[in-house]
Ligand binder design. Structure first.
Ligand code: FES
Length: 102
């Protein structure tokens, strides 16, 4: 049994250079499209709980709208403090759906 869960349909994915928030149950996820590559991060910023899925992408990183911490979409590490790290999930696209291993 797979532990990949559906995040959204492929047609709902953010455009290149954009970020969108999706809820799975009550849990928020941040889906980022960095130069055509889709990344899924925890939607709750590890700094002080801001909505990462409402952020923007700058220089290939997701920028939190609250205090501007910038997160690498591969490692989740913030540029401002290496101890502040967002969870990054493995993803797959199957049958027209984005799934993440959570
Ligand atoms: S809550 Fe995200 S940068 Fe502070």
């Amino acid at each position: 049994m797979s532990d990949f869960v559906r995040i959204c349909s492929q047609s709902e994915l953010p455009a290149v250079g954009e970020v969108r928030e999706f809820l799975v149950g009550s849990r928020a996820f941040c889906v980022a499209n960095v130069a055509g590559n889709i990344a899924v991060l925890d939607g709750v910023c590890p700094h002080e709980g801001g909505p990462l899925g409402e952020g923007i992408i700058e220089e290939g990183r997701v920028v939190c709208p609250w205090h501007g911490y910038c997160f690498d979409v591969h490692s989740g590490v913030s540029q401002q403090d290496p101890d502040v790290r967002a969870e990054v999930f493995a993803t797959t696209v199957e049958n027209g759906e984005l799934r993440a291993k959570i």
